[in-house]
Design a protein around this ligand. Structure first.
Ligand SMILES: [Ca+2]
Length: 291
């Protein structure tokens, strides 16, 4: 059971089933709200996933960089998201049947997979779908084609990622605006010792997701466009149709704390052709539809 301030926006939102107690009602004083974290399920391959509730949220930040503006309202359908970044243990268990070698330069079971290209991450999503008897989402020949109606795994949309990272919060981080607390919730340049760390060691966000701030930056399904928010649709936005870069979110072990903010965006070449964030800082986690 968690207690934190909830903004007025959510008083009438569809996350209402997750609100146990409204403290002082809906006003601008941001009353305390008691929230039960969404439930967690375990998949056929033994991976814990959080059942993310459907709802509205304000995407972007008026305090952030130009590509985080304008703040705009987005609706996200319910979905399942991995509780942690993809570990090397899971990659090797699922990938061995498909001759997918672990791309991580430093190998250990509970470290997150890193040094992974966008396509390799997408193809791993397909392998995981097959492993669990689900329909793969990505076209094996052209991974840019994603079947959102398939029941298998895929990378999160940028909107799904930020919605899950925020977990009902409107602050810079899912724990508030005080960047000095970042070390309690994530691995970033000031506390990593220049390496990734086993997943799930820091505090989770209000919805029970670990390492949304830092450790490895996480591939999203969307193409990156710094101006996309000016034209984004409200309902389940899936990014622009064309562009050369894919979205990375959450910052990484070698990033400054600012890059770990919930709304911070980064575009990256999907195959590291012109990587501005080093490949060993890049990993992913999977999502799938909730039905
Ligand atoms: Ca991360």
């Amino acid at each position: 059971m968690l207690r934190y301030s909830y903004p007025c926006l959510f008083c009438v939102s569809s996350v209402a089933p997750f609100l146990f107690l409204l403290g002082a009602g809906c006003n601008n004083s941001k009353p305390d709200v008691t929230v039960e974290p969404p439930k967690t399920i375990s998949t056929k391959s033994g991976i814990d996933m959080v059942v993310i509730p459907a709802g509205h949220f304000d995407m972007g930040s008026s305090r952030g960089r130009a590509d985080e503006k304008p703040v705009h309202k987005v609706w996200v359908d319910s979905f399942l998201m991995d509780k942690t970044e993809m570990t090397q243990a899971v990659w090797e268990k699922i990938g061995k049947d498909e001759a997918m070698s672990n791309p991580s330069p430093i190998q250990a079971a509970e470290l997150p997979v890193n040094n992974v290209s966008w396509r390799a991450a997408a193809m791993f999503c397909n392998a995981r779908s097959r492993y669990e008897g689900l329909k793969p989402c990505y076209d094996e020949e052209d991974a840019a084609k994603c079947d959102f109606d398939a029941d298998g795994y895929r990378l999160p949309t940028e909107a799904e990622w930020e919605y899950a990272c925020r977990a009902g919060t409107t602050t810079d981080y899912s724990f508030g605006n005080d960047a000095r607390k970042l070390g309690d919730f994530g691995w970033f340049v000031d506390n990593t010792g220049k390496k990734t760390h086993p997943v799930g060691q820091k505090k989770a966000n209000p919805w029970g997701l670990f390492d949304m701030h830092g450790n490895v930056a996480e591939w999203c399904n969307d193409i990156f466009d710094k101006d996309f928010y000016k034209d984004s649709t409200e309902e389940n936005p899936r990014g622009p149709a064309k562009g050369g870069q894919k979205v990375l979110r959450g910052g990484a072990w070698k990033s400054p704390g600012d890059a770990a903010r919930s709304s911070y965006r980064l575009g990256e070449e999907p195959g590291f052709a012109d990587a501005c964030l080093a490949p060993d800082a890049i990993g992913f986690r999977c999502v799938r539809k909730n039905n």
